[in-house]
Write a new protein. Sequence first.
Length: 377
Amino acid sequence: MESNSLSPSQLSNTVDQDISKLDKTIDQLKTNDLHVVETCPLTAPIEVKAELPITPAIAKVVASARARIRNILNGSDRRLLVVVGPCSIHDVKAAREYAERLAKFRDEVSDALEIVMRVYFEKPRTTVGWKGLINDPHLNGTFDINYGIRMARELLLDVAKLGLPSATELLDPIVPQYLADLISWTAIGARTTESQTHREMSSGLSMPVGFKNGTDGSIDVAINAMLSARQPHRFLGVSNEGRSSIVTTTGNPDGHIVLRGGKQGPNYDKVHVDAIANRLRDRNLLPYMMVDCSHDNSGQDYKNQPIVLQDIAEQVRNGSEHIVGIMLESHLNRGKQPLKELAKLEYGKSITDGCINFETTVETLTDLANAVRSGRQ
């Protein structure tokens, strides 16, 4: 009768084979970082702020502008808020030149307009494309984010030194820890207004926040965002020391709606503005709003922005109280250019959405200032 038992050496070989198979199975069952190539440390906010500190004079520029903007948004200041500047910042030298020109013009119309420079460092993308100065500051796909954060902060400091407040769109919820102390007004874009993360983030921001209506034209999305951001929240975030943290907020009372049109067309005309004012009243909100002259309000054509602004000026001239601010995409030179060969980029021209040039900006905003003077005395 034959025995089925294994010899000690055979048993050892079998065990070794089983362990080898188990090791291979475990390798095949890896459950984390399957699509992550690399994880690099991000410099802590406290370190960046120590390298590029805010000064008392700059803090005064930021805080005083926030106070004036709040007064415009609640109707106690009858001037208009104007957020104007490049669609995105890709060349800090050109941005500084634009800021210098804008600061001089700002003084000429300060009795009618509160001008804040649009300084956008982040660009939302539906599919792919350049995501902004913070994400890719060298414009070459190297994604030197630590450097991009420093570039952004340094530019904001330079703009404030001119006495000129800055506005931006906050997209990544970590970025505010690096830049928010230098920002006087913030937008939450049409793609992110419905996001819980951005509503929670807005509830803790220290400046007024404009929520754009949805890309489909939905107004309720922005109204719900305003109401959500007014409430206290608790959520995950990053501390000044760069640690993962639980953030507790008080709620932000300075949220408001920004009309940017939608798939059905523009929404800046008097009929839309009056109807939206009534919807805001129905939700126990102040019937005031800003208008974005670009995007779907301009039919995605930068050359139409002055036409939109002319309509708004006429509404203000005729006594409309509902429009309290506008947004305008403007650069040193008009139009836009593709981001291909860096050496061939035209100075002072956008690489994202098309912009009107500075001369047209001055002309259209001067007309708007005159409308405010005649319609809101």
